[in-house]
Each structure stands twice: as structure tokens, then as C-alpha cells.
Write a protein that binds this ligand. Structure first.
Ligand SMILES: Nc1ncnc2c1ncn2[C@@H]1O[C@H](COP(=O)(O)OP(=O)(O)OP(=O)(O)O)[C@@H](O)[C@H]1O
Ligand code: SF4
Ligand SMILES: [Mg+2]
Length: 339
């Protein structure tokens, strides 16, 4: 049987940053598989490794960073083995990214038209009047009215939501196979956030490209992702379909994240439970489960050994000692007693 083809196939990736204070182990054994046209949500708190994971698919890692183990494959390319010059060809042609804050990504002294047209010329064969026509089409595609007028305007003349739409138009100029959206709605107010998410869903249907949605808020990804990877301290602690994560969460951190999603009834708002405690220091990562210092179910074994992966139906898996029933049955009561 031939092996299934994936748009993204990350296997046991380990990525470290080398700083004057020591080695920051930002990713530890991260594996992700995504098929064409799939929407993956990467969820986790600040510093958990969401951006570093997604950027490594584009071969984008800070100067002091290096993949020290595993492999990263995208669209048939072994990204971790490629040179910067080859990587540059892939970025913006096969994979694009939209960032959190469109104001810092758009050039303030260029018109919207200049910036979209530049991207079209750079990544497609289109030239002359074709370029302008495509720029207009892209603005229409991302739901901007009066596209001809907008093409002549500067970023500061547009609202935040509209600037984010322009960023999306630029990212789509090359018709990428994968669009990475790194917290694309965080800098926007709630109503505009909802509109941008709606737009992304619409684009997914129309263009059929793969999307990685990065967010610290599980609520944001609920409506549009096929699968969700929950990250904690540089590891994927739970992975599954959106239904698995929302209706059958297995990891204590995922359960905590679900409890911290605001609900719409006033009573539920009162019961909103934040996850207490400090994130892990990746310069001195713990021997055992990274979530142990914040976990109310922490056992002795959690402090001593990394929890292995437990697989459930389909794609669903999690890493938590509570799920290792066989270990429980071995009657290792000393290790399993609560701390
Ligand atoms: N150039 C760098 N040098 C040293 N450490 C870095 C560097 N870039 C990232 N890191 C560290 O790697 C870890 C993962 O960072 P990453 O940016 O992926 O987090 P994130 O989950 O995207 O967080 P946020 O929600 O804040 O964007 C963090 O602990 C971060 O401090
Ligand atoms: S392995 Fe232990 S500390 Fe980690 S989440 Fe599971 S119970 Fe909590
Ligand atoms: Mg980030």
C-alpha cells in the first residue's frame, strides 16, 4: 500500500533557540499531519510554541534557532534540509502567512494597490493590465467594497478590519496551498473578529486551500477547524477533530481551556475559570509533564517521567498519565499517589 500524501508532514520535530542564557527548547517532539484543504487550529497559551511550529513549515526560524531533531515536510519539500534561497521560492508562492497586526505588516507609504500588485507580480506570471484586474478581484474576494477606490488608498485610510482584509488579499495573491493565519483577529474588536472569521470560512469553501489558524482562544477555532492541536510548553498535549477536543477532551490542560471559554449566559460568565500558575521555563524544562505544576490531578509519576501518547478513536490522542490505564493496573501506587 502506498503511503498517504500530506500537505504538511512534521515528524518528531525538535527546535531550539540558542541564547546567551542557554538552549531554549521551544519544540519537543512535535508531529503534525495535514491533508490538502484541511483546516488545522493550533491552540495554546503564549510561549507554547504555536508560531514557531507554523513558521518552521515555511522554513522561517530566527537566526539563533535550529531544528535539532525530526523532519518537516511541506507540499513534498523537505523544508528542514533546504537552503534559504530555495525556501524563499516556496514562501509566498506555495505558503503564505497573515499576521496579528496588519498595521505593522503593511507598508504605510505605499497604496493598497501598490502592495497587492507587487505581490501578484512577484508570485505569478501576470503582467500589465492583468495585474490590476487581479488586484481588484482579490479585494472583491475578501469582501472589500468599491475595490477600485480602495486600490488608490493608503493603509491609514482604512479601518482595522479592512486592513486585515487587505493583508488576506496579499496572502492570497499567489493562490497558496497553505495559508497560515497567526492570531489574525486578536488586534480587532469582537464584531470585526467575527466578520474576519466568517471571511476565512468563506475562503476555505471557495478556494479549498489548507489553513492553519493559530490562536490562544479555543472559541475562535470551534467553527472553522477540522482538527485541533493543543500545545503546551513546546509539545502537542492533545490532538483530534474539533468534536474530539470540544466533546471528548482528554488532557487536563484542554479541559482547563474549555472551562475558560466565555459563555453567553451571565451565570456562566461568573463561573469562568482561568488556569492558574506560571508557564514552563523552556530553558529548564521539567523532566515530567510540563503541565504538572498547574495540574490539580498531578501525581508523583507526572513529575518524574514524560507522559506517553495515548491513542483514541481516529486521529485523537493525548499525553497524560491519567490516560495510561495499564500503568495504573500495575499497582504502582507509590508513583500514582497525588502530590
Ligand atoms: N528567537 C528566539 N530566541 C529565543 N527564544 C525564542 C525565540 N523565538 C521564540 N522563542 C521562544 O520559543 C517559545 C515558543 O514561542 P512562540 O512564538 O512559538 O510562542 P506562541 O505560542 O506563538 O506564543 P504567542 O501566543 O505569545 O504568540 C517561547 O518560549 C519563546 O520565548
Ligand atoms: S500527566 Fe499528570 S500533571 Fe500532566 S496533565 Fe496528566 S495528570 Fe496532570
Ligand atoms: Mg505566536
Amino acid at each position: 500500500m502506498s503511503e498517504e500524501k500530506y500537505l504538511v508532514d512534521i515528524r518528531h520535530e525538535q527546535l531550539s533557540f540558542f541564547t546567551s542564557a542557554g538552549e531554549v527548547k521551544a519544540l519537543n517532539d512535535v508531529s503534525i499531519r495535514m491533508k490538502e484543504g484541511e483546516v488545522l487550529g493550533i491552540v495554546g497559551e503564549s510561549g507554547s510554541g504555536k508560531s514557531v511550529t507554523a513558521y518552521s513549515i515555511m522554513g522561517l526560524t530566527a537566526q539563533n534557532g535550529r531544528i535539532v531533531g525530526g523532519s518537516v515536510e511541506f507540499n513534498g519539500h523537505r523544508i528542514d534540509e533546504m537552503k534559504e534561497k530555495e525556501l524563499r521560492k516556496i514562501r509566498g508562492s506555495e505558503v503564505s502567512i497573515i499576521f496579528q497586526d496588519p498595521m505593522t505588516s503593511l507598508n504605510p507609504v505605499w497604496t493598497v494597490g501598490n502592495q497587492i500588485e507587487e505581490s501578484i507580480r512577484l508570485h505569478t506570471e501576470k503582467r500589465g493590465a492583468e495585474v490590476r484586474k487581479r488586484a481588484r478581484e482579490l479585494l472583491e474576494l475578501v469582501g472589500i467594497n468599491e475595490p477600485e477606490k480602495r486600490l488608490g488608498q493608503y493603509p491609514h485610510e482604512l479601518s482595522g478590519g479592512m486592513r486585515q482584509r487587505v493583508m488576506i488579499a496579499i496572502a492570497l495573491a499567489c493562490e497558496p496551498k497553505l495559508l497560515i493565519a497567526d492570531e489574525p483577529t486578536t488586534a480587532l474588536d469582537v464584531t470585526i473578529q467575527a466578520q474576519i472569521l466568517e471571511l476565512m470560512q468563506d475562503l476555505k469553501k471557495k478556494l479549498g486551500m489548507g489553513i492553519i489558524m493559530i490562536t490562544h482562544d479555543l472559541g475562535v477555532v470551534a467553527s472553522m477547524c477540522d482538527n485541533i492541536a493543543v500545545m503546551y510548553a513546546g509539545e502537542i498535549v492533545e490532538y483530534g477533530t474539533t468534536d474530539d477536543i470540544f466533546y471528548r477532551p482528554m488532557h487536563e490542560y484542554t479541559k482547563g481551556l474549555l472551562r475558560s471559554i466565555p459563555k453567553f449566559h451571565e451565570k456562566d460568565y461568573e463561573r469562568l475559570i482561568p488556569i492558574e500558575g506560571q508557564p514552563v521555563d523552556l530553558l529548564n524544562p521539567p523532566k515530567g509533564c510540563g503541565f504538572a505544576p498547574r495540574c490539580q490531578s498531578c501525581m508523583k509519576i507526572c513529575l518524574a517521567k514524560k507522559p506517553p501518547r495515548t491513542d483514541f478513536d481516529g486521529l485523537h490522542y493525548s499525553r497524560c498519565w491519567l490516560l495510561q490505564k495499564e500503568e495504573f493496573l500495575k499497582n504502582r501506587e507509590g508513583e500514582l499517589s497525588h502530590v
